[in-house]
Design a protein around this ligand. Structure first.
Ligand SMILES: [Zn+2]
Length: 412
């Protein structure tokens, strides 16, 4: 859940932050379009825009070629000299830091592996040093920080509430650490919501439609929910936890939650890797097949081998896709999204998985709800967590990160 600390006096009015938010999402923006999107008038926006141009948070980005008559100037977000945003993505096996300008251009990035089970504060300190290296002195001030971690964050306390893949992080105040270190507002959210935010917020995000889902298959299976461009988090901040929906009640595979047949137990990366290992000596039908006795299997290796002809791994991915598709069919019937975006780390083999997901969704839903549904790979597949976290920082900076869920009511 979003949690912001260390309030920095705003340099812009609320309306100016809204203007910047639209400019960050839209690409070069005609003033008339800006007024339409904000349901405002050009005369009301004009002094605000002038002030933003003076501040440098907006720039002129050429002339509008799309209209006849007198061509107006296009507005784009300010450059790195005005200020930069930082994204920090902490996963179980690596950390990524990205620094971007207001328009989302990455100007510096650093990736470091995380091995073993290091002390969480050591990881925080290490990522802080990574960020310091990514902030050379000729840039503008750091405006805000976004942090992505594979954990649930308590929206009231900002503490890590549940972190199945990183249990040592429980009750850690990550936002507070970075906010104190860098003196800027810091926002932390779970990795799937950050990915959904990135999908919704970048230029082209509108093409996903009013309502769409983002499914991330990694150490667990999570789902980001986007409605009207905003990540929906539910009443208390924990919407989208689809990993413990039953995908096969008859399946006796035990889940970490104590139930049997959960989606996570059948379709998360550890389950896929375990099943691939159980296939024994992986078929050596292609040069891409992971060699017996070689390095441990990874999702990328499995995906590449399946794509290049390993029939048993391809069948495994179809079975996994069937499990995911069954759960998603229920969500599609309920939610009627225009698009389901999937990221799995399977490299080229993701196409096999997506076909199986599509097939199961179409077979288990009525045409009215799935006829126009698209099932797509994420454009942020792979090493994009740092970038997504920088988008979180941007959204937090302009105050459009969405409504903060309520605190839970006290127990009776
Ligand atoms: Zn479970």
């Amino acid at each position: 859940m979003i949690f912001g600390v260390v309030y920095q006096a705003p340099v812009m009015s609320p309306l100016q932050r809204q203007i910047l938010s639209v400019a960050m999402r839209s690409g070069p923006l005609p003033r008339g379009d800006l007024a339409t999107r904000l349901s405002s008038s050009r005369s009301r926006l004009s002094p605000e825009i002038s002030q933003m141009l003076d501040l440098g948070v907006l720039r002129l980005g050429g002339l509008d070629e799309s209209r006849g008559g007198r061509r107006g100037s296009l507005l784009i977000p300010g450059g790195a000299d005005v200020g930069v945003l930082a994204g920090i993505d902490i996963d179980a096996d690596r950390a990524t830091v990205a620094v971007t300008t207001l328009d989302g251009t990455i100007i510096a990035t650093e990736v470091a592996p995380i091995t073993g089970d290091p002390e969480p504060r050591a990881v925080l300190g290490r990522t802080a040093k990574m960020l310091e290296r990514c902030l050379p002195g000729d840039l503008g001030p750091l405006l805000s920080i976004g942090v992505s971690i594979p954990a649930d964050i308590d929206p009231v306390t900002g503490l890590v509430e549940s972190a199945p893949t990183m249990p040592r992080w429980l009750q850690l105040a990550t936002a507070k650490f970075y906010a104190a270190r860098f003196g800027v507002r810091t926002f932390v959210d779970n990795d799937v919501n950050v990915l959904a935010l990135a999908e919704a917020s970048c230029p082209g995000g509108d093409a996903h439609g009013r309502a769409f889902l983002v499914v991330k298959i990694s150490s667990g299976v999570g789902c980001g929910i986007v409605v009207d461009g905003v990540v929906f988090r539910g009443s208390y901040g924990y919407a989208g936890d689809i990993g413990h929906i039953s995908a096969d009640p008859a399946n006796l595979t035990l889940c970490a939650c104590g139930n049997h047949g959960c989606l996570e137990a059948l379709a998360a990366a550890p389950a896929i890797i375990r099943a691939a290992n159980n296939l024994g000596a992986v078929a050596e039908s292609s040069s891409e097949s992971p060699p017996a006795g070689g390095p441990p299997l990874t999702m990328e290796l499995i995906g590449r081998a399946a794509e290049s002809g390993d029939a048993r791994l391809a069948q495994l991915l179809r079975e996994v896709g069937g499990h995911i598709g069954l759960v998603l069919a229920g969500l599609v019937s309920f939610f009627n999204p225009s698009c389901v975006i999937v990221t799995s780390g399977l490299a080229g083999g993701e196409g096999i998985l997506l076909n199986a997901i599509r097939e199961r969704i179409y077979g288990r839903t009525l045409p009215a709800s799935s006829r126009d549904l698209k099932v797509l790979s994420s454009r942020f597949s792979g090493n994009a967590g740092g970038f997504g976290a920088a988008i979180l920082a941007a959204q937090g900076f302009v105050g459009t990160a969405g409504p903060v869920p309520e605190a839970r009511p006290p127990r009776r």
